[in-house]
Design a protein around this ligand. Structure first.
Ligand code: UD1
Ligand code: CA
Length: 471
């Protein structure tokens, strides 16, 4: 059951309205994918992990697209949206969430949509400090050797008094190395009262959220929790996005390795956030596994395999450079090297798919093999069937796709074309090089090639005719 805003212990506002000019991209900054997920999804996930309800995303730049993407990604979760039509500053952004949080009077966590590496542990510390201090505000700070660009924490007798932005700071204030990470917990009533009082009287003419610090300091003390530079790093350009991806990738790989997965070369293994991997599974170098893949135990994934939205059951082996997309690989299958399993591929137990075999919307029964150079599209194949090298289901007539059905224990000779729609019965044998246009009954032999003709001495006579002295 979802907490109603009135009873929930925590709400959250995620700032996602900024333009992200330095990304130099048509895609809104917060939608740029980081390890398979939009940048801002990380902050929203952390908020839900902490039990926040509701979570309000403040959107502005590319609002429609951001809203649509997040509604889809967080369907069924208490995520709502507030529009900040003009980006007039962080204080103005938070103010837009007021209506969405009407009636909520607990603590509000404020996160940025472009700070994806914050950990749950750090946010829990911040919430704890907020509760312990019993003040109106708590925030995360960072110690930086080069604090340029950040808001400086100005303290008096140890107590935080105000935050001064880079462009408004005096020379002495610029020397302060303790800076604002931009992550806060604030009492809802205090917060919306304070942001309604903000004035754009500063170097940038913006409504600074940081100005609420002065108001909070007047009414009590402010809890400050230290965080690392790494986890509070905001993403402003594609180089920073790549750096953050590397950090996140190491975290994800670390979790899998601690769960018993062997990564032969973690530095080149790209596993997106949201992949399930069973114990004793071994993953070779240069493997890429997309979000949503489910991989069982004891699976071997060879070098260079690429998997998207696929399921691989226990004990299967994917030999190097196989590519799977929306495919289901059964228990103990042997796939590859160089197999391509396209959407709708469903393989039962003990299936073998070999090199340069392409499958699409193909269901193969237990123990069936297609070991070399085949195309199986729109096909239903039974158990124990052998598909010879070079077999092709001709599934497309130029207008429509048609189904090929092949029974159990069928032997399909090499270089067979099955012109769909067509059915091959159980136990049938198709001679090599056949073009099958009509159904083949159970246990029949089907041949379609022209009978072989032998002309004794013909080749020799031809050479003599051409004056060829080779033989
Ligand atoms: C802000 C803080 C600064 C802190 C720094 C940490 C203020 C005034 N300053 O500065 O003290 O050290 O973060 O990174 O808050 N956003 C909106 N709407 C707006 C403006 C911003 O949604 O109108 C969003 C941005 O998309 C971004 C976040 O708020 O996710 C922070 O905005 P940004 O402009 O990067 O703040 P800074 O000036 O860096
Ligand atoms: Ca920033």
């Amino acid at each position: 059951m979802l907490d109603s805003p009135m009873t929930s212990q925590l709400a959250c506002v995620v700032l996602c309205a900024g333009k992200g000019t330095r990304m130099k991209s048509d895609l809104p900054k917060v939608l740029h994918p980081l390890l398979g997920k939009p940048l801002c999804a990380y902050s929203i996930e952390r908020a839900f992990e902490l039990g926040a309800s509701p979570v309000v995303a403040v959107v502005g730049h590319g609002a429609e697209r951001v809203t649509q993407t997040l509604q889809k990604a967080f369907a069924g979760k208490p995520l709502s949206f507030a529009l900040q039509a003009n980006q007039r500053g962080t204080g103005d952004a938070v103010a837009q969430a007021k209506n969405a949080l009407q009636g909520f009077d607990g603590p509000v966590l404020i996160l940025y949509g472009d700070v994806p590496l914050l950990t749950r542990a750090t946010l829990e510390k911040l919430l704890e400090a907020y509760r312990a201090e019993k003040g109106a505000l708590a925030l995360l700070s960072i110690e930086m050797d080069h604090p340029h660009g950040y808001g400086r924490l100005v303290r008096r007798d140890g107590a935080l008094q105000e935050i001064v932005e880079q462009k408004d700071a005096t020379v002495e204030q610029q020397a302060i190395r303790e800076v604002n990470a931009g992550i806060y917990v604030a009492d809802a009533k205090f917060l919306f009262e304070a942001v309604s009082q903000l004035k754009p009287q500063n170097a940038q003419g913006e409504l600074y959220l940081t100005d609420i610090v002065k108001a909070a300091a007047r009414s009590g003390s402010i809890a400050v929790v230290k965080a690392s530079v790494e986890e509070t790093q905001g993403i402003n350009d594609k180089a920073q996005l790549a750096d953050a991806t590397k950090v996140m990738r190491n975290r994800v790989n670390g979790i899998h390795m601690r769960n018993g997965v062997t990564l032969l070369d973690p530095a080149t293994t790209y596993i997106e956030d949201g992949v399930t991997l069973g114990a004793d599974t071994v993953i070779g170098p240069l493997v890429s596994i997309g979000a949503g893949c489910v991989i069982g135990a004891n699976v071997h994934i060879g070098q260079g395999c690429v998997l998207t939205q696929s399921t691989v059951h226990d004990g299967a082996e994917l030999k190097p450079y196989s590519v799977l997309e929306e495919a289901v690989v059964g228990m103990k299958n042997r796939i590859g090297p160089f197999s391509r399993l396209r959407p709708g591929t469903e393989l039962a137990e003990d299936v073998h798919i070999g090199n340069f075999v392409e499958t699409k919307k193909a269901r193969l029964g237990k123990g069936t093999k297609a070991n070399h150079l085949a195309y199986l599209g729109d096909a239903e194949i039974g158990q124990g069937t052998n598909v010879g090298a070079g077999t092709i289901t001709c599934n497309y007539d130029g207008y429509k796709k048609h189904l090929t059905q092949i029974g159990d224990n069928v032997f399909i000779g090499s270089d067979t074309q099955l012109v769909a729609p067509v059915k091959v019965g159980n136990g049938a044998i198709i001679g090599a090089g056949a073009t099958i246009t009509e159904n083949v009954p159970d246990d029949a032999l089907a041949l379609s090639r022209a009978p072989q003709v032998i002309k004794e001495g013909w080749a020799q006579r031809r050479r003599e005719l051409l004056g060829d002295k080779k033989k």
